[in-house]
Design a protein around this ligand. Sequence first.
Ligand SMILES: [Zn+2]
Length: 292
Amino acid sequence: MHSGIEARVKARVFSAGYCTGPGKVADKSLPWGKIKFPAPFALIQHPREGWVLFDTGYHPRLYECTQRLPEKLLALSTPFVVETKDTAVTTLEGIGVTPDEIGHLVLSHLHADHTAGVLDFCQAQLYSDPAGWEFIQNSGRLSRARKGYVSRLLPGDFQTRSTFINDYNVCVSKLLGCDGLSTELRGRDLFGDELIYLISLPGHARGHLGMLCRLHDRWLFFLADACWLTDNLSPGHEPHAAAGLIFDDSHEFNNTLGSLQQLYKHANEKILFIPSHCSKTIDKLVEKGWMS
Ligand SMILES: [Zn+2]
């Protein structure tokens, strides 16, 4: 890298529970049999801003929130498993980081498996695209549940504690030195220091975001649910058409995935792609510990 930027971030990935679902829905080349989808979160150490959390994974409070219909639909369609010892708050306390020390919490989108732990981080500034929050506010309980949202998981002061991001003024292929690529991926420099970028990855859910983090010799690209498996980044392994039923916009999902496939093909050696629910990728990173 030739940016002349001295400071870098450190990052570590953890898993907070998992759900199960048919493999073929996630990758059309797989059989229908059920596979495990981890629900990870990432802890980033920023040299000036301190701790930044990306998503939260599952939390046992989601069991209570999905006892009754319509939220029960969520537990029925994607049965999940999470123990208190695996939650973001307990895991972080285990490595000496108290919840009040988390100053920034980035939410890729507001689906329950990414937001179930948000209530534990009362001091954090929240970051998300406003489209997700607008959807939650303007839709009824049934349509929220059908789309994977449980609004009780979000704190009462969600709006006042949020910085909503929707001015994506950075061209991702230029940022990564892949000027020749025709991808339309765009992002926004989170703290204005070229270390962390929030990337608009529309299609999976309203206002869906990923995050790029600059390490010493490469980038980490947290893709959230822009694809479910690293294999999706290779043509022929896209999700099954049935997955379109749960997407916010299938056409946009396919456009976003097409751009990511191009980027994967051309910049694979300088970017580590991290889809949230790929157990092959997440298990390895959890084992690995800190990346810098
Ligand atoms: Zn999702």
